[in-house]
Design a protein around this ligand. Structure first.
Ligand SMILES: Cc1cc2nc3c(=O)[nH]c(=O)nc-3n(C[C@H](O)[C@H](O)[C@H](O)COP(=O)(O)OP(=O)(O)OC[C@H]3O[C@@H](n4cnc5c(N)ncnc54)[C@H](O)[C@@H]3O)c2cc1C
Length: 304
């Protein structure tokens, strides 16, 4: 294992923002990981590809651990993927095997573990749909936990609450499909996604989660529904992008952090952006949405 002092968090996140990590290391297999956690006495955070992270301007005064475990194996209809496997590489592989269920998630940046942590999804598919069980390090040992125990929900999982659990890998089970058709779907989706996210854009994807209508208290739900164009509700959710656009988010900026002209829920770093500007914009937008619609937006991005 190679430790690096003063590693720039900018270089570890797609937003390209953040100070330095006092120490940084990448672990490549389970043995290295167990050894590291047994010996490490410092504060730590784990990351994957950093595509959903806002890192503080002041850096992280501890050890940042990149989980780079990249195993891949197929047994019948069951597939194993190491936590650090690139999600798109994984989807391409399972497409080729004719395993159906994740082809529409092609183009979501990041690792398999990052996707499990936030139950990533797109176009009606979520990573939870095909998970059978997840392999974790619980602070003492490596073990399997069932899908049920992962408590997956919309962009949520048990891992967002149990921050000391580290995802090591996961086992998936898939229905069969046609490899050529699956690969075509993935390619088409990638093209579609590039219209929203121009390649190279420094951003963490959607900034806020959509609002799940059925989870709102009835008085809050009534207020929201009376204030929005109901045709905008998609899959039982009020899109955060729509609410943000209604409060004038498009094109706003703070320092070198901007909100896209074409999408109210896309906050990006125009170059030299700061985390403090992200937090400022986030506060302003939450306040505006809360005052106008009576609902509180919650970040989909994770503050390191
Ligand atoms: C252009 C763009 C488009 C995007 N589109 C989508 C989309 O369509 N749908 C969607 O759901 N998301 C989307 N995202 C967000 C992001 O890609 C996903 O959240 C992704 O799954 C994060 O994976 P990661 O490996 O980069 O995780 P990171 O950003 O590195 O980490 C995210 C969180 O997971 C935790 N974590 C990472 N690895 C582990 C581990 N091994 N064990 C425990 N915790 C861990 C981290 O501590 C952190 O809290 C997009 C992002 C970008 C930049």
């Amino acid at each position: 294992m190679r430790f690096e002092k003063g590693k720039s968090l900018k270089s570890l996140t797609t937003l390209g923002i953040g100070g330095k990590a006092a120490d940084f290391v990448e672990v490549k297999n389970e043995r290295e990981m167990e050894k590291l956690f047994r010996e490490n006495k410092r504060r730590w955070r784990v990351i994957g590809s950093g595509s959903n992270i806002v890192a503080p301007d002041s850096g992280f005064h501890g050890l940042v651990i990149k989980i780079g475990i990249k195993a891949f194996g197929v047994k019948g209809k069951t597939v194993y993927a190491g936590a650090g496997s690139n999600l798109l590489d994984f989807i391409k592989k399972i497409n080729r095997h004719g395993f159906r269920g994740m082809e529409k998630m092609a183009g979501i940046p990041g690792t398999v573990a990052g996707a499990i942590y936030g139950n990533a999804g797109a176009y009606g598919q979520e990573i939870k749909d095909n998970i059978f069980r997840v392999r974790i390090f619980d602070g003492e040992k490596i073990k399997w936990i069932s899908k049920n125990k992962c408590k997956f929900g919309y962009r949520s999982s048990i891992f967002k609450k149990n921050k000391n659990w580290v995802i090591v890998g996961a086992e998936f089970s898939f229905a069969k499909g046609n490899p050529r058709e699956l690969s075509k779907i993935s390619k088409d989706i990638i093209k579609l996604r590039e219209k929203k996210y121009k390649p190279g854009l420094l951003c963490p994807g959607s900034f806020f989660k959509n609002i799940i209508i059925k989870d709102l208290k009835s008085i809050v739900r009534k207020k929201l529904l009376s204030k929005i164009d109901n045709s905008k509700i998609m899959y039982g959710k009020a899109p955060a992008g729509y609410l943000l656009e209604e409060v004038g988010a498009k094109g706003m900026s703070s320092g070198n952090v901007r909100i896209a002209q074409h999408h109210g829920n896309l906050i990006y770093n125009a170059g030299g952006g700061k985390a403090r500007d992200i937090r400022k914009l986030s506060r302003i937008l939450k306040d505006r949405v809360s005052r106008k619609f009576g609902v509180r937006l919650e970040e989909e991005v994770q503050y390191l």
